[in-house]
Ligand binder design. Structure first.
Ligand code: FES
Length: 154
């Protein structure tokens, strides 16, 4: 369960890694695990603690697709964009869904119901196209199946 933002909790998380070398990724992972995303304030605290710039922290957060800079919706749909799924039409299916929802990758519906994110291979290449909805695997998703999956997430 993710908790609301709390600066003391974030500082305690960061402090756990004070003696750890190369601690940026573990801290980011722990902060996101706690709050569900990495806020601007958290990035500032992390930068100060590690004596690096906020731009360096932001660069890492924005590089890795698994880090969020805003809270996710109540449901998170991760669509595979790797080669096998691409070969089976995943990109067109995803584009149609994103268009229908009025979202870009990483976007959340205005009602906060669904966030759609990319992921790169779920190990279900033989059953492509594949997706992960709230941690549950789904395979052989044609355009209609993907739309039904997304619209049924309530
Ligand atoms: S490429 Fe999509 S599951 Fe492997």
């Amino acid at each position: 369960m993710q908790r609301d933002w709390n600066q003391q909790t974030a500082e305690a998380i960061i402090a756990r890694y004070e003696q750890v070398q190369a601690s940026l990724l573990p801290i980011l992972h722990a902060v996101q695990e706690e709050f569900g995303f990495i806020s601007e304030t958290a990035m500032r605290l992390i930068a100060t603690s590690l004596n690096i710039t906020r731009a360096e922290v932001y660069g890492v957060v924005s590089f890795y697709h698994d880090y969020r800079q805003a809270p996710a919706g109540r449901h998170v749909l991760k669509l595979c964009r790797a080669e096998a799924c691409q070969a089976m039409g995943a990109e067109a299916n995803a584009a149609a869904l994103l268009n229908r929802l009025g979202l870009d990758w990483g976007g959340t519906t205005p009602d906060g119901r669904l966030t759609v994110e990319p992921i790169y291979c779920l190990g279900l290449c033989a059953c492509a196209p594949s997706a992960l909805l709230d941690g549950e695997l789904h395979a052989r998703l044609d355009a209609a199946g993907l739309e039904a999956l997304a619209m049924d997430a309530a």
